[in-house]
Design a protein around this ligand. Sequence first.
Ligand SMILES: C[S@@+](CC[C@H](N)C(=O)[O-])C[C@H]1O[C@@H](n2cnc3c(N)ncnc32)[C@H](O)[C@@H]1O
Length: 229
Amino acid sequence: MLMARRQPGGFYTQAWEYDAPRETLADLEPDEVLVQYRHLVPGRRVLDLGMGDGDHALWLASLGYEVEGVDRHQRRLAHAEIRAMRLHLSIQTYLGDITELPIPPGAYDLVLLAAVLHFLRPSDHRRVAEQVMGGLRPGGLVYATALTTDDPGYSLVRQAGLPELEPNTFDLSDDDSLELLHFFPPGGLRNLFAGLEIVHYAEERYLRPDSDQGFNAAAVLLARRQAAA
Ligand SMILES: C[S@@+](CC[C@H](N)C(=O)[O-])C[C@H]1O[C@@H](n2cnc3c(N)ncnc32)[C@H](O)[C@@H]1O
């Protein structure tokens, strides 16, 4: 079923410009599930992995959270910083690959993995998930979204015969570089965080009128580390 609401995250690379029209705090559009469950975040420390242009990081910073964001693209981080400056918000940004991060144990109240896990190899998913789960404080939450095999892109890359590097994982680059896209099978994202209490999990189609196929299909997960007894 198509859901007539904002899709979680920007699943594919978005274009942006430094001189985009000035935005205000009201223009920030966080994913609905985060808005709905924000009251469950037990404290103020947030880590945004694959922060991109900072949509979630900035929204959370505007609500008083202490946000650290990581991305492997300097351009993205620079854009997030410029947006923060314009909105008079404070965020900490770090250039890095989230598959190589040591996350401090028990440090965060919320870790975001919004629209980023599908850019990683499945062989990296488990390690990243373990780091993230270990990085949560008791009662802390992880929010993750990722493309699924129901996404139209999945049949397109299969039909195109793109190299499949690992199961459901394709190389989209047309040169010597590597541009990975993985599509999670049903239940795949939930299984990755099986050690946590599932607060919300859904696999749905989200309207995307600006794309050729008109929708994306994604899994959306919010899960919680057990609070200390
Ligand atoms: C589609 S954007 C999502 C941005 C943001 N999380 C959101 O929901 O709007 C994916 C981001 O993940 C980043 N990314 C992908 N793989 C990464 C990796 N291995 N380490 C760090 N960042 C990564 C990309 O550079 C890009 O900025």
